[in-house]
Design a protein around this ligand. Sequence first.
Ligand code: SF4
Length: 388
Amino acid sequence: MCNGSEGEPGTFKDRALLRANPYQLVEGVIIAAFAIGADEAYICLKSGFTREIALVTSAVQDFQSAGICTDCTVNIVAGPDEYLFGEEKAMLEVIEGKPPLPRWFPPYVHGLFAAEPQEGWEAGPHGGVVRTTDEPNPTLVNNVETLSNVPHILARGADWFRSMGTDESPGTIVATVVGDVIAPDVGEVEMGTPLRAVIDAVGSGVRPGRCVKAVFSGVANPVVSAAQLDVPVSYEGFAGIDSGMGSAGFIVYDDTACMVDAAYRLSRFLAIESCGQCLPCKLGSGAITEHLERIETGAGSDADIEAIGQWLERVADGNRCYLAVEERDLVSSVLRAFPEEFVDHIEQQRCPQTDERPIPKLLDLVGGCATYDESYWRKRPDWTYDPE
Ligand code: SF4
């Protein structure tokens, strides 16, 4: 299974790779299928990625007509726009024709078209789903970037790949830099490059006279403060500052940005996208978002901070997937890193900053120009949209 359902705010690397060279992905998928003896592979893309779907479909057809992948069927699955489609346990469900609601068990335990019902709640031996095997069918899942690396590593050797990057994070990473930068873009950098240099090299840096206040690596990790900008872009580098590199999609906020507003909008994204299978996640992320909105709009008090703290302790209870942890870690990190901004909002009963930043849910990123999904603000917690 190839995860190409890119939905992390501030990330465009998979679509950039697919646009640049869909053949390297298809080749990587075929090699991976060959390596594990799979005769069936699935490349999952959002149905809105029409350009990328056309490119990958054409590449698969070219491979097949060249007789290169006759012993493996490569299927392309066009799925929903929801964030959770990119969660691998939810992606299994989508391939099986169901909504993107994460299962309990990971794909390597309970894979595609496996026979046993998840937890016994699906009546009958096959739960009404067409199953092709009575085995657990452990399923290999990698994303577009990982699989696109495979043909090059096989062709040039592991030593070549390891000659770049760090010991623990070898090779390169395709980084996205958006937000308060001169020219948002996608670029491949060597692992271990300082974040500050990545922002300058890929996003052309912040605007003249401005400085970086904070960086979020998508919505999945604690905020990176200005004092941490020299962190190496690597797995161990970000772990060393108690954050995470995520998919190397960096959302930059300069010194004119409001961190309460940022926390509110990113929390709202997670609250909307939470599927509701775990009540602490859906109720907690929704409640945290409401309290953040009260503080941001000047209606907040210390009671809101207290309520946020209480929900942060519970929001990830019994979570099936990582989204609830993202909510907990992201919001608590902003509270820790920028406490004075929350105090200012409550004392002044207003937001000291006037500029608002949209959620960087990227529809396109071309030539230094990022297009965000403006309709997203109308999305409701039940995944329907307010009419315009
Ligand atoms: S943790 Fe949240 S998003 Fe994940 S399955 Fe549970 S309710 Fe859904």
